[in-house]
Design a binder for this molecule. Sequence first.
Ligand code: FE2
Length: 184
Amino acid sequence: MDAAMKPNGPAKVAKDEDAIAMLTADHKKVKSLFGDFKKLMDQEGADDQKVALVKQICDALKVHAEIEEEIFYPAVRKAINDADLMDEALVEHAAAKDLIAQLEEMEPGDDLYDAKVTVLGEQIDHHVKEEEGNMFVKAKSAKVDGAALGAKMAQRQAELRSESEGEGKAPTKSSAHKTSSASG
Ligand SMILES: [Fe+2]
């Protein structure tokens, strides 16, 4: 049993969290959610769990992309003088958002559902490597003010999370109440 360590504590707004540490923690969390999804792919009857997990993944990624685009990227763009790198990150976000939007309209039984989650995970993996291996390194050496940015980002993150929780409160009966239209 691995009850000793629970790394995913509640999402607290740390007062003086560093921006890069915050984004890196997001990456780690989302990576582990994709890992959880992979396990569900081998299980029968895991549709409800998939729905919940994919919602968690999509919500987390949307908030993450938003705080990067609104706050982190503009500051880094000014500091590091590598417009190509920053542009590529935006294009990667756009591609991820497109897959997220598709997944939000889908259900686990749909064609390509698992594949889309898997590909989204692969895109995010790539994105994480670019950020952690390149952009964050450059931001650090350009002395981007991680504490000031982190404070802004934490505040915005909390706002966005409470917005998406509000949306999630609406009861759905999609899985309990399936209307199967007989084909043929
Ligand atoms: Fe990121």
